[in-house]
Design a protein around this ligand. Structure first.
Ligand code: ATP
Ligand code: MG
Length: 299
């Protein structure tokens, strides 16, 4: 591939998504020469360039075709799409995959001392947010006539600072809201990171590379969700033991040296074994029960 044919992936430079993005690329087998100050990191083993930018810029870079792929929070993507549609700009992206990090929700919150409030309380109020388009669409759908105050950061201090009556902000554990004396209300949007693609990208070399990366991504996810289980089982109890094991895979049975009653059972399970199940297996005569993580999988 020539340098213009190198696949360009936009990720967050520094923030909540950057570590997970970097480790995902590593798990996909993309070796990167990352230097803190550099905007572009070139892969040393694949025709891939990684652009490290602010997360707010990622949807636009992908929509405009500056980058072929991007990893961004659903919240930032939905807001950028609404903003672009309003301005009549292209707002299409292809969502290739949901990723298992960056979980959060966009929720309403107001000062705790006001106690629980219904939706009608928001009529005529000022609500501070970094996500004005998502909030406006919600307010419109709910027939709430409120003023949206746009802040790019520290939204949670807006009520105390007298800038707004309530907020609409990202929450994961709720600790920040609690620390700022705020009570959480309705969730407007559930979000996690996702992999997006420019829908008009037509380079066959890049398409082939994406088709190579996607099964790897599936393999990484499956490996994370799966466990390799090994145990010794009495032959007489095999059916009962197999019935307790989660997942649909066929177990491998191996003879155990020096034992006619026991066999070794190995299987890949689609989920982990809980302590309770391990105790039930033991009660059926199983022993040497091992539950191990899997690094990579390909079916
Ligand atoms: P940047 O400098 O790149 O613009 P930022 O300050 O806008 O960074 P971060 O705080 O790093 O953004 O959050 C990035 C993304 O992480 C969010 O857009 C969201 O998708 C996700 N996220 C997960 N949990 C939270 C949380 N508790 N608060 C904020 N964002 C969260
Ligand atoms: Mg940002």
């Amino acid at each position: 591939m020539s340098s213009t044919n190198r696949l360009r992936i936009a990720i967050q430079k520094s923030g909540r998504l950057s570590k997970d993005c970097q480790s995902l690329l590593k798990q996909l087998g993309v070796k990167l020469n990352l230097r803190e100050e550099r905007l572009i990191a070139h892969s040393t083993n694949m025709p891939i360039d990684v652009l490290r930018v602010r997360d707010d810029d990622i949807p636009g870079l992908v929509m405009d075709g500056v980058c072929d792929l991007g990893i961004v929070g659903e919240n930032v993507l939905v807001e950028a799409q609404a903003e672009r549609l309003k301005g009549g700009q292209p707002a299409e992206v292809e969502k290739l995959s949901s990723l298992d990090f960056g979980y959060c929700r966009l929720a309403l919150a107001w000062p705790q001392e006001l106690g629980p409030q219904s939706k009608s309380w928001f009529q005529g109020k000022r609500i501070a947010t970094t996500y004005p388009q998502i909030l406006k669409n919600y307010l419109k759908a709910e027939n709430i006539n409120a003023q949206v105050v746009v802040l790019t950061g520290s939204v949670e201090v807006a009520p105390r600072a007298g800038l707004a009556d309530a907020i609409c902000d990202l929450v994961s554990t709720g600790a920040t809201l609690e620390a700022n004396g705020l009570m959480q209300g309705d969730t407007i949007l559930e979000s996690n990171a996702c992999l997006i693609k420019n829908p008009t990208m037509s380079c066959p070399d890049k398409a082939a590379l994406i088709n190579k990366l996607l099964p790897r991504l599936k393999g990484v996810r499956q490996a994370k969700e799966s466990k390799y289980i090994m145990l010794h089982a009495p032959k007489a109890k095999l059916d009962e033991i197999c019935a307790l094991l989660p997942g649909t895979g066929q177990p491998t049975l191996l003879a155990l040296a020096g034992s006619d009653e026991l066999v070794a059972l190995h299987m890949v399970s689609s989920e982990t074994l809980f302590w309770e199940t391990m105790e039930e297996l033991k009660a059926l005569g199983a022993s040497s029960i091992l539950v191990m993580p899997i690094e990579k999988m390909m079916e």
